[in-house]
Every structure is written in C-alpha cells, then in structure tokens.
Design a binder for this molecule. Structure first.
Ligand code: ADP
Ligand code: MG
Length: 769
C-alpha cells in the first residue's frame, strides 16, 4: 500500500548469508573483546550511515548486507549463546534475514520466532530511530521484552514494552527505547491520541520507522479490518423512535424481511417496505430523505434477527458486552457500530451508552501501513499467501523447522449431527486420557467449550477450560497442556504464542508423554479459514516432538449449515441421523471444498472493506499533515493573513506571543471539529448508502464520490470556522479560560474497538456438486 520494501537480496541467497554468519568466529572472544567488537561496529556503522546520507537504499545495498548485516547477526548469535544459553538455529537466522527483507516469514509454532526477531530488531534499531515489535497481546509484549532484553542490553540497546494500564509518560519512555514491544491496539490508540493533542510535547510516539509483526496472520488478516476508535464524551444522541421499535416487533420473518443464506444480512422485502411505509406514512422508504429511518429499521432488524444473546453478546450489569467470535471471551470496551449498538440497546430496553463522539478512527491495517518498513512472522502464512501479496504486497517466505515435524494430521471424522460428534469426541478423549496422553481440544466458542467440559466431567475427566479473563492466566494454563494426563479445552485462538512443552518441565515426564504419542490435538469444528485450523494443529509436534491432530465435524456445524451444505450433499445424508461416523471420502473433499469457498468469500469481503477505507486513509494523512504544521507553529495565523490591521492592533495590545498562541489553539480546535464532523458524516453515509443504492450503483463508488465532495469543502469549512471563532474570542483570556471554552486537548477520551459495519452483498456460492 504505502510501504517501502527492501528488494536487495533474493531469497535464494539467504542460505548463503547464513553460512557467512556462521563462519564468523566470535566464540573464542571474551565478553570484553566481544563488547569491543560491538563498539567498533557501531562506530563504523554510524559513519557509514552518515556518509551515505541515510538514503533508504543504503541499508539495502550489497555492501551493507555483506559487511553489516552478517556481522550484526553473527555478534547477536554469540550474545544469545552467552546471555540466554540458547544457540540460535539456522532456521532462526533464516527467519531473521527474511524479516529484515520485509518478508512474511513462516516458521512453525515452538521454533523460536521470538528469538529470530531479535536479529532484525537489533539491526533496525541501530539506526537510532526505534524498532517496534507488534505482539498478539499485552502479556506477550511484556514476556518477550523481558525475555530478550539482555541481548539488546549487550549491544547497548534498550528494550521496553507497553501495557494497557500505562500512563502517557510511561508510554513515551517505552517508545523512546530502541526496541519497543507493543500490541497493535496500544500502538494504534497512542497514534490516535497523538493526533488530537494541542501541545507537541504531549505526543508519545516517535516518527514511525520499522515494525516486525508477530502472529502476522492474526494481526494482518484476521484483525486487520478492525477499526480502533478514539471517542470523547458529548451530549446525548437521538433516541430510537418508539414507533420504530414497535414496528420492528411487527415485521414477520420470510414475509416482511429475509435473511440471506449465510445469515450475515437481513433485508426488507417489498411487502415489508410497504408495511413500513404504511405504518409511518413516510412515503417511499428508499427515497434519500428516508435514509435515517431505513438505517434504523435495518439496524433494528439486524439486532433482532442476527445477533444472538449469549453467543454474540451477553447482558451484564445492565450493559451489553460483545463476545469475541474468535476467543469466545468478552471483548472489553468493544462496541458495534453506533447504530447497531443503539438498536440492540433499544430492543433490550437498556439505557443507551453510546453518547460519544468519534475523535479518531483507524483500522489496524492502515495503522501498520504508517511504518515505512514492515515484516511479519507466524506459524501459518503460506495458505494466505495471496492475501498477504494482494493486500500488503509482501511475499511469504517459508522456513523449514530446525527438526522435521513428525506430527500426524489425520483426516476428519464426520458425523451426521452434533450430538453424535460430541459423543465421539468424549470417547476419543477418554481413550487417550486413560493412557495418560495429554489432549488439547480446540472449540469454536465458549459455549461449546463449556458443554464439552461438562460432558467430560460426567465421564469423570477433570479438564482445564480456557476462558480466563486475562492472557496471563491463560498462558499459565496452556503452558501445562502437555503434562501427563492433562485435558485442556480452549477456544481456537486462545493462548496463541505460548509454548506447550511435553511433560512440562520434567524430563522424565517428557519421555513418558513422548512414548504415548505426544500431544493430541482435537478440533471440534472446521474454521472458516483453513489457516486457523492449521494454527490449532500446530500446537502439537513442536520442535520435532511426536503428536497428532484430528478434527471431528458434523453436518450440522455452523460453517456447513450457514453455507448451505444441504443443497450440495448427496440426498442420502439429508435429515439422516446415526451415531457412527460417516466414512465417505467424497463427502470429506466436498467439505474441504466448502471451506475453501468460504475462505475465498471472506477474502473478497475484506477486500471490499479495504476499498472503503483506502480513500479515507489518504484524506487522513493529508489532514494530519496540515494539523501537525499548525501544531508546530509552521504556518502564520489567519489574522496575520486575512486581517492584517486587526492583527497588528491585537499584537500591540496583548503581545504577539499570546495572539499567536490563541490563534494556534483556535485553529486546532476548528480543524478538529470539522474533521470529527467529517468522520461522522462518513459513518452515516456508509450505513445509508448501501441500502439506498443496493442493486443500482456500486456502493463503493457512491461512497467515494460523496466523500471526495465533502473533503474538498473541508478546508473552506475550517477557514470559515476559524475566522468566525477568532471574531468572537476575547484575547485577554488566560489559559484556563481558554480551556473552559474547549481550546485544549480533550481530557475525557476513551478507546474502543468496533466491528466494521459495512454490510457486504453476498454472492451465490455454489451449485449442487
Ligand atoms: P514460537 O514463537 O516460534 O512459537 P517461541 O519463541 O515461543 O516459539 O519459543 C519456543 C521455545 O523454543 C521456547 O521455550 C524457547 O526457549 C525455545 N527456543 C528458542 N530458540 C531456541 C534455540 N535456539 N535452542 C533451543 N531452544 C530454543
Ligand atoms: Mg511466538
């Protein structure tokens, strides 16, 4: 998108670089001598950067790679040995090299990616501009920074991390470190908060330099479209009309409204539209003047029909809490888009909490593209190679594990219905458990986890259920999933990044567990994305350990039902129930096919969503650039240009400094106000436009057209607002009086995450095979 990429060395040559690194003999040096090598290296490196004018291509040149990259990596390798007692494998060096060259590196779970990332992080950080490593959660940010910090320290580099509960000062200090471990959410929210300050000193980030994204598939694909939102408290917003609420209750399924076959969308039928028009007497519902009503009705229907209590959300302490579909946990501080949240609250008779205003918003994907250099690593990248290439223009580079993976991935067992499936899972767990073999069961949501745990308990099997409220607790539990006799039930994303050692830390137990076949991973559902299934399988068989995996699925599973399996399976399976599994290879390949189709469809949806934000991203950069200029006092104030006489007069009366300062504050205030209006305008048209233009025009085009028009007016609106405000301002006011009038960084702000709200039209997927 907006990224610079290094082209330098071809992947075919990475292995040659590894041999060069391994041939550099630093082993025999004393610590003192090694440190001398380091200071010598740093001195030469800074001269090199200086002489080459810090041209970007410099660090990409053959000379740089031969002299600096290989030496830096060789020294770092020796440091690892000394301070961590770990001798980096060639696979880790290869990963580290691929990361330096901007690849998405694939290396299986448990192969030591944390350590591999240190190599490029050191090299990137040596330029003095900071290097970020994005981790999957706060727990891992802290763990990895603390774990690796001695290696950086040996280089004279400082590593730090960010946690959600840190204050501004702590954050700034962490960003000032050479290497910062942080989640994309925290870094993104900090960026948003930075963009509303009134004083340059309040900014916590440094200019973005390089970033390495851990669990890159989860962050760059699964969560990439998630918008981070910064909001501030404002007055109450309009309430949903009581009449509409009543009306929503009257509308009849399959008559007044339909859901599409995947239950992703709900639509009013023509009959339904007529019912609404009669009821409200509003004339043609699809007229532009009725956009708001249409949007409200649609949101109400969506909330009523598609959102399920205890699956999509729970109600706790009179509040709606969203359940994350991946982790099955309550997604703290997350809300749906404004309209949907408000509709659900109205339906449930809950007092509306959404009286806030959007002060800034950015998707994780767009945030990451602010870094001039990006690379990523994960255990599962190859199967999403196309998406990495098309969305980010980054190639996947697959690294072979240090020891060959000997895990056996069995074909799925298929059952006709869910109960038969769960029964079989319990029997399978029982068999393994009786031998003492550890089992890890991956489910698709909390409910399923709890149901299975209950069924297992009835069979006398005690198990750990991963629905911990915090990642630290979760990590402790999952780390023990490889112990003798352990049974762990977990949603399929929980515990990412945590190492599962066979037998825990006991070598004797490790031996026993290995003889039993290692960890057995059971999946109770196929995910919409095969990559996530692979991620689950990968929990077994780390570093050449024995292990196996199998999915148990049923024809009633959500994935298959939602995507209309009934229409495509052989008729003999329709409505048929049996306890034994179905042994049918053709059926199995049909199911794999459905999974691929769904996967492709989700990719298309993400692409469409990306189109909506592309333009806004460009607009945001333009706006932020001019805001930063005003913040840095680089532009003369409006009065100085437009009303020279008045300006002179004010200056002689109050002093130039004060007049300029007030002008600056007023300008920032007005710019922000107009910008917030712009963001809200886009939110509104985004919801409305899809409904109004459905079927006629391309909604993305329509959206962009309106957005461009509005953006072109922005500067004018801002200027007008500034002049108006300046006309009415009393230049004798002191700082606190100005603050009372809102001329300061908003103090009550909070952050949350929403699910992107665009409803994407579905396409027909398959005909009967
Ligand atoms: P990943 O992120 O690839 O899943 P981690 O970074 O969590 O893997 O590391 C997994 C385990 O491998 C850790 O226990 C770590 O100590 C160990 N490890 C990493 N590198 C080495 C090495 N070179 N030699 C031995 N053990 C290593
Ligand atoms: Mg990891």
């Amino acid at each position: 998108m907006f990224l610079r990429r290094k082209k330098g060395t071809k992947p075919a040559h990475y292995k040659t670089l590894v041999s060069i690194i391994n041939d550099k003999g630093f082993k025999s040096l004393s610590d003192y001598e090694l440190k001398q090598q380091i200071s010598d290296y740093k001195e030469r490196y800074s001269k090199y950067l200086h002489n080459s004018n810090e041209n970007f291509n410099t660090r990409d040149s053959q000379q740089f790679i031969n002299e600096y990259l290989t030496k830096c990596y060789a020294i770092t390798k020796e440091i690892c040995r000394r301070v961590l007692g770990l001798d980096p494998y060639d696979s880790q060096l290869l990963t580290g090299i691929a990361l330096y060259f901007g690849k998405i590196a694939e290396l299986p779970t448990g192969e030591g990616k944390t350590l591999a990332a240190v190599f490029p992080a050191v090299l990137n950080a040596l330029s003095g501009k900071g290097a970020h490593i994005l981790t999957f959660n706060d727990y891992l940010a802290k763990r990895d920074a603390q774990w690796m910090k001695d290696i950086y320290e040996f280089w004279g580099l400082k590593a730090a991390y960010i946690q959600e509960d840190m204050d501004r000062l702590q954050r700034r200090n962490s960003y000032l470190a050479d290497i910062t471990y942080v989640t994309p959410k925290e870094a993104g929210f900090d960026y948003l908060r930075d963009s509303i300050v009134y004083d340059k000193d309040e900014i916590v980030h440094r200019p973005f330099n390089s970033v390495i994204v851990d669990e890159a598939d989860a962050i760059l694909i699964d969560e990439a479209r998630t918008p981070l939102v910064l909001a501030g408290s404002m007055g109450m917003q309009h309430e949903i009309d009581k009449g509409l609420l009543e009306l929503a209750g009257l509308l009849r399924r399959n008559i007044d409204y339909m859901t599409d076959e995947n239950s992703r969308n709900v639509y009013l039928t023509e009959t339904g539209a007529a019912v609404v028009e009669n009821f409200l007497g509003c004339g043609n519902l699809y007229n532009k003047k009725n956009v708001e009503i249409l949007t409200d009705i649609n949101n109400l229907l969506h909330a009523k029909v598609l959102l399920k209590q205890d699956i999509d959300y729970i109600i706790k302490d009179g509040r709606i809490e969203i359940i994350d579909e991946f982790t099955g946990r309550v997604a703290e501080r997350r809300k749906w888009d404004y309209g949907l949240q408000r509709s659900l609250e109205a339906l449930k008779g809950i007092k509306s909490t959404s009286s806030n205003r959007i002060l800034g918003k950015i998707t994780i994907q767009n945030f990451i593209s602010l870094y001039p250099e990006m690379s990523g690593m994960t255990a599962t990248a190859k199967s999403s190679e196309d998406e990495f290439r098309s969305t980010y223009k980054h190639d996947v580079y697959v690294v072979q594990p240090n020891k060959k993976c000997i895990r056996t991935d069995y074909d799925d067992y298929i059952y006709t219905h869910k109960e038969a499936k769960y029964k079989a899972v319990v029997e399978e767990v029982l068999t393994s458990h009786n031998q003492g073999r550890p089992v890890l069961i991956g489910t698709s949501n909390i409910r399923e986890s709890e149901k299975l745990a209950y069924m297992l308990k009835q069979q006398g099997i005690e198990c750990e259920v991963l629905n911990a409220k915090n990642d630290t607790e979760e990590a402790k539990i999952i780390a023990l999933a490889g112990k003798l006799g352990a049974v762990t039930v977990s949603t399929n994303m929980a515990g990412r990044g945590v190492d599962i050692k066979l037998g825990g830390d006991s070598p004797e137990e490790r031996k026993k567990v290995s003889e039993l076949g290692g960890l057995y991973v059971i999946g109770t559902n196929r995910n919409e994305c095969v990559r996530i299934d692979n991620q689950l399988r990968g929990r077994a068989g780390r570093q050449g350990d024995p292990g196996s995996s199998r999915f148990f699925i049923s024809l009633e599973d959500d994935l298959l039902v939602q995507f209309g399996i009934k229409k495509v399976i052989p008729v003999k399976y329709c409505g048929f129930r049996q306890l034994e599994r179905i042994n049918d290879k053709k059926l199995l390949s049909l199911i794999y096919h459905i999974q691929r189709v769904v996967n492709g469809q989700n990719f298309e949806i993400r692409k469409t969503l990306g189109k909506y934000s592309y333009l806004l991203e460009w607009q945001r950069r333009r706006f932020m650039k001019s805001r930063f200029e005003v913040l840095s006092c680089n532009v003369p104030g409006f009065l100085a240009i437009e009303k020279k006489e008045l300006y002179k007069e004010l200056c002689s009366k109050y002093g130039k400094e004060r007049v300029d300062e007030i002008q600056r504050k007023v300008s920032l205030h007005c710019m922000d106000e107009v910008w917030y209006d712009f963001l809200e305008y886009l939110e509104n048209i985004k919801e409305g436009i899809n409904l109004v233009s459905a079927g006629r025009k391309d909604p993305v085009d329509e959206f962009n057209k309106l957005s461009i028009n509005k953006f072109e007016q922005l500067q004018e609106d801002i200027n007008e607002k500034i002049l108006n405000t300046l006309d009415n301002i009393d230049f004798s006011m002191d700082a606190s009086q100005l603050a009372d009038r809102g001329l300061q960084t908003p103090s009550a702000t909070w952050t949350y995450i929403i699910n992107d709200s665009i409803k994407v039209k579905n396409f027909t997927l398959f005909s009967r095979l």
